[in-house]
Design a protein around this ligand. Sequence first.
Ligand code: ISL
Length: 663
Amino acid sequence: MFRNDKKNNNNRDRHYVTIKSRLSEVYKTPVGHDLLCKIGIYSGKGSDWIKNPFVGFLRLSVVLSVLKGISSDFLDVCCKLLNNTTAAAQVMVHGMPDKVGEISQEEPEEWWREAVFYQIYPRSFYDSDGDGLGDLNGIIEKLDYIESIGVDCIWLCPIYDSPNADNGYDVRDYEMIMAEFGNMEIFEKLLEEIHKRKMRLIVDLVVNHTSDEHEWFRKALEDPDGEFGKFYFLRKGTDEKTPPNNWESCFGGSAWNYYKEQGVWALHVFSKKQMDLNWDNPKLRMKIEDMINRWLDKGVDGFRLDAVNLISKEDGLPDGNVDLGNFIGYRGAEKYFYGPHLHEYLHEVCKECFEKYNAFSVGETPGLGLEMSKLLTNPLRRELNMVFNFDHLESDGHLRFDTYKYDLNWYKSYIKDWTENYSGSVRPALYFENHDNPRMVSKICDDEHYRVILCKLLALLLLTERGTPFIYQGEEIGMVNKKFKGMSDIEDVESLGLFEKKLSEGMKAEEAFKHILAGTRDHARSPMQWTKEPYGGFTTGKPWFIGDNDYEVCNVEDSQADPNSVLNFYREVIKLRRSDRDLTYGKMVIMNAHIPNYFAYTRGKYFIECNLVDRNIIRPEQKVERKKRVRLERILGSYGDMNMVQGLLRPYEANLYRIVSEE
Ligand code: ISL
């Protein structure tokens, strides 16, 4: 009835949604599909709730009448969003109005489909000069280590000159290296050394906003009506107490900052030192494109585009819907998270920059779902190569700052959706961790006893599912969340803002800290653990940020020496992946999907099976095992030993087998 109905799919882009539309019709528009799935996820009903025919038959107006506390303009806002974004997507289908998202050809062979990526958060990677901050020379010193993992491409978080209000995601100068990290000469050496080792480098591109200390913004304030004033969203507002609209920053507080001297307000969706750029201005776009091309001239191989789905804001910057704001935690997002010109601007950057250099692009797209991802990455549309989807990061009904146990069955259903509904179109950017999230292993199970086994299970999934894997520094040795004791241990601007917000809402400090502890980005930003030495051998000085003493039990040096370490498991699986294309391009077929706590699939001649919980489960016999001339040969698994327990899978046991024919 829904996604698999070709006729309906082809008509998806022609739908006009009104308050009288049935939910099944809403579901047929790309944005409607993704929003309804998200509502299902956040309300704990799962992403499939809408497939229930009774639910699908309901009209939006009926939903309105049963949802208490939702104002009538909420659904109007949703309808408008659906219709605008559907129309915007359609505009950019370069002469192919009926092919909004579908592509059915085999995946072409391209390096980034085969690559394993490794993400570095430079500030916390390795300090070569004892000032307590990681730096570019530190990365150069560790390149042999990175190469030894078997990865193909490094993604470097921002290394540009920055006042560090958000650790480099507030760029002061796109063409200078942050002095604490090194200089352009060292960057060029780093690039050369990476290329020498036959690896590639992509850099973070933060172009939704700049620092308020960027020259453009300073000039904008000097002359708000001049050329640079039009690079940002500067508005007079009614007075100095009333911002131009009701949008809130996702880091807390109003999304507007008032500049008394100039009598103007400036928009910042993130912190008040990260000023949103006005992409509607072609001069600004040209400046950005020129800057991108200069990095490409230098030889970088591509970009991770930070928060890139936020670059197009709705004309007139209208107020955000209050109910929706309460639902997602801050107001206004619906006016820019999938804005009217997003596709158009991305297509322009692709044409003017990426395509000219055959450069790779992966967009970070918070809030978008799979249908929207499909539109952004369809090669026929020429926008982005891949996007980072967020839907798997928290299991059903939970948010990052909730204290709860992540259920891997949720992850299984997410991958099942990709596999069954999107394998002909979107190539997933697979990841469990990055610098914005706590460590995945800690979210699932904090029992030290299962740490190594569970990390290996996650590694096996990451490296054998269909998609391009991204490993985050420290994940490959099994780093876990930090034992922060109080707010004085916390560094991150987002956590600090949220803590204040919770206090202002009347929450007790102790309770608010619990909240922060569950979701703070600092868990992933603590220094990389290299050795048993003080501060994990990250620095000879005092680190910019102290995590805890976990390096005594988990560090690179010991992991290298231990054949059963998480690190050596990563190496082993990557080696296998590199040696056999089945693990890159092979079809992924999920088996026995109906059995809870059990996740199994084939990739070409390989069979992978996992126990998703911390207790034994019955191992279902596979069909191939009943055939006479075929057997499963176990190659590697999360339990170092090969002593499988007959008929059972031990807690978090994950195995990879070769399907061997004996004819
Ligand atoms: O962590 C989040 C806020 O709760 C995410 O929504 C995050 O802000 C969003 O994914 C955008 O992240 C990127 O841009 C931010 C920066 O702080 C993040 O580190 C970066 O990954 C602003 O540049």
